[in-house]
Design a protein around this ligand. Structure first.
Ligand SMILES: [Zn+2]
Length: 721
């Protein structure tokens, strides 16, 4: 999954910058004493010298050679391939973990317009000469993952983007969608297709068709594949409609791992399983229906990129929709490998990427898979010469991400206790490269570290630091909205939604996460055309951005794995938190919500974060801290993120336990989720309870961070932990 936040933006001209601009002096590495910093610099340089475009391209060809959706024989074969290669590369403890989960595939799909004229939708994508893979007979029709089976003949209504406000417009126009088939488009504005399905289900529709309008990802935007990045007429955006915003992972084992033989719910009891069925459509298949629609003319902003008038649908168009799904329990395979830490093997820095793809997965996810294989190859080579990090690096190749973040969720639930004790951070890469636009995302406490690295590592085309390219791109997009240029704190995105494998780590287990990618114009998402040829003609022809991503990812892992004192910045986390609280206050009716104590708690946490940063700097300037002090402080730093968890979870979806971060049902980011959702529902009593939960977490963390600062300065405080 994971369609980047600015993925549909046009490519930006690379920033011109003097090659002499050295962003970071050799002296300072946050979290390092000077002796270890010098060694770290050397190790990072040795690591960065290994990944190369030729190898990356070979990995990419292997992953994209055949369709490999979750549960398919090919995807399972690729799990064995990854495990074998990791073993050869020199990774340790390589194993494949099996989870028996609800997988999804279509048995029979058809859509026929039966009135006013007959049209049989092809549901297939047309081959193009320039891309031999598009002639692969193994490519199936488009379908929606974990759709219900449905067989209905009914009239068709155009419901714009399929969000609740769209149905309100239809109701005003006197159109009832109950028992009908709704036809909705993907974006405008973007919302996760599972939310469109849930909304249609709640509105009583009998089926849902989701199509790609050229205004969003086709010819309206620019040249289409094979001449450009955008989707051709027949491209279909496949995808799951699982309600994983309620609980992700295997719908039959919410909250516990799908180990072979585990207890399973009946499908009727599973809250994340859609009860509605439907299909994704290309605009080529949607146009015949749209141009026959009668009824009122659709509002102006509902008109799309096709040269027709879009109508709401007055009953003239009738269609027969048949979807017979084969949703059954079968294995998902998560591949795991490690480079054991030399000094602190029980502290883990985790790196993961999903392997399963809707078809070939050129960008999503095989670009990320190719980058991951270069990262592991590099660490394998270093370890063969005896150069290994201080902490353990754990690498994971996830399965079933596209179905419901399934493999990572089951793995996280399986290893929850161990992860709670050992994990330092989870570094996720879904798609690594669809263009040159760097898009880092991190929790507030890790954003400064990510920005440090973005100042050191360079854009492969311009040679400028990635941070400069990022600033240029953000300045431009903000100027278009009439906003001021970004300050440093705004360069790394700290508002983290859902839609990829970081979810279980951040939202369920309280493990800080980072997400990395290079984005660009990308209109073939989840279609057959997202393949090897697209990457080589359009996305990243020289594989330079794949390599830049591998270098960034591995360097970030090393920086965390080798630090004397973990480089988390709680003052920065506090500053971001202050912005979140301010946003909520602005959005809430005045006088309805008393956030003064939350604001005070945020200030105390931020100030404690500043004191810990000062104490760390002073301690490291004086040399290496005593091992027992460093161990205690690092342990405490890891506890801070866990402390944001509320064991009760969010009201209505208790699997989501983080008090600062969650996602909306649309997958959009949602900060201070318990509090924000209560305020949006104007449930002030619940909002007050959620505020109290947040106040307690803030107080706990301010005290903990202060105790760590004191420990570094004067020895352990007592009674605080
Ligand atoms: Zn993906």
């Amino acid at each position: 999954m994971s369609l980047g936040r600015r993925v549909l933006l046009a490519t930006l001209a690379a920033a011109a910058l003097s090659p002499a601009a050295r962003a970071v002096s050799l002296a300072g590495l946050t979290g390092y004493a000077s002796a270890t910093a010098a060694r770290e610099r050397e190790l990072e340089a040795a690591f960065q010298a290994i990944p190369n475009p030729e190898h990356t391209r070979e990995w990419h060809r292997t992953f994209t050679a055949e369709p490999h959706p979750a549960g398919s024989e090919r995807n399972n074969e690729l799990a064995r391939f990854v495990a074998d290669e990791w073993t050869k590369q020199g990774l340790e403890d390589v194993r494949i973990r099996r989870y028996d989960v609800l997988n999804t595939a279509p048995r029979e799909v058809s859509l026929t317009m039966v009135a006013p004229v007959r049209y049989e939708a092809s549901l297939r994508e047309d081959p193009v000469e320039a891309d031999p893979d598009t002639k692969d007979p193994r490519v199936g029709p488009g379908y929606l993952g974990l759709s219900a089976s449905v067989d209905v003949e009914a009239s068709v209504v155009y419901a714009h983007s399929g969000n609740p406000e769209d149905y309100a417009v239809l109701r005003k126009a006197g159109i009832d969608v109950r028992g009908k088939i709704v036809l909705v488009r993907y974006s405008n504005p973007y919302s996760y297709r599972g939310f469109k399905a849930l909304t249609a289900e709640r509105e009583g529709a009998a089926g849902i068709l989701i199509y790609s309008d050229p205004a969003e990802d086709g010819f309206t935007r620019g040249p289409v594949f094979p001449d450009g990045p955008w989707g051709p007429a027949s491209h279909v955006q496949r995808g799951a409609i699982t309600y994983d915003f309620i609980v992700p992972g295997d719908p039959l084992t919410p909250g516990w791992p799908s180990l072979p033989g585990a207890r399973q719910l009946e499908p009727e009891q599973a809250r994340s399983l859609p009860k509605i069925g439907g299909l994704p459509l290309s605009w080529k298949d949607a146009k015949p229906l749209l141009e026959q629609m009668d009824g009122p003319l659709a509002p102006r902003d509902w008109q799309g990129g096709l040269p027709i008038e879009y109508h709401l649908g007055g009953g003239r168009v009738r269609a027969h929709l048949k979807v017979v799904m084969d949703n059954h329990v079968s294995p998902n395979y998560v591949v795991e490998g490690r480079i054991r830490g030399a000094q602190a093997p029980d502290e883990w820095v985790l790196l993961g990427n999903h392997r399963d793809a809707w078809v070939f997965g050129g960008v999503d996810p095989s670009s990320g898979s190719a980058s991951l294989m270069e990262v592991t190859r590099a660490f394998g080579e270093l370890s063969k010469t005896g150069r290994r990090p201080k902490r353990t690096l754990v690498f994971c190749s996830w399965d079933g991400e596209e179905v419901g973040l399934t493999g990572s969720t089951e793995w996280g639930e399986d290893l929850a206790e161990e992860l709670g004790a050992k994990a330092v951070a989870y570094l996720n890469v879904d798609s690594s490269a669809s263009g040159p636009d760097f898009q880092p995302q991190a929790v507030g406490s890790l954003a400064p570290l990510v920005l440090d690295l973005a100042r050191e590592l360079r854009d492969p085309a311009s040679g400028a630091p990635l941070a400069d390219a990022l600033r240029t791109s953000l300045t431009k997009s903000r100027a278009e909205k009439g906003q001021a240029a970004p300050v440093d704190d705004e360069l790394v995105d700290v508002r983290i939604g859902s839609g990829s494998d970081h979810t279980v780590f951040l939202n369920h287990l309280g493990i800080p996460t980072v997400g990395l990618s290079f984005d660009g114009p990308y209109g073939v998402y989840h279609s057959m055309y997202d393949g090897f040829a697209w990457m080589n003609r359009v996305g990243d022809p020289g594989y330079r951005y794949h390599v830049a991503l591998a270098r960034f990812w591995g360097t970030l892992a090393l920086r965390l794995a080798d630090a004397d004192l973990l480089p988390f910045d709680f003052a920065a986390a506090g500053r971001h938190l202050r912005v979140f609280v301010g946003d909520l206050e602005k959005a809430t009716e005045e006088g309805r919500l008393d956030l003064s104590r939350v604001r005070a708690g945020t200030g105390a946490f931020e100030a404690a974060g500043g004191r810990l940063a000062d104490a760390s700097r002073r301690a490291l300037a004086a040399g290496l801290p005593a091992p027992d002090v460093a161990r205690r402080v690092n342990q405490g730093i890891r506890e801070v993120e866990r402390n944001w968890l509320d064991p009760e979870g969010l009201p209505g979806r208790p699997w989501f336990k983080h008090t600062l971060y969650a996602a909306r049902y649309t997958y959009a980011h949602l900060e201070l989720p318990g509090l924000t959702e209560a305020a949006e529902e104007k449930n002030w009593e619940r909002a007050a309870r959620q505020a109290a939960i947040l106040e307690r977490a803030l107080a706990r963390n301010a005290a903990l961070v202060d105790a760590l600062a004191k420990d570094l300065t004067t020895g352990p405080a007592t009674g605080t932990r």
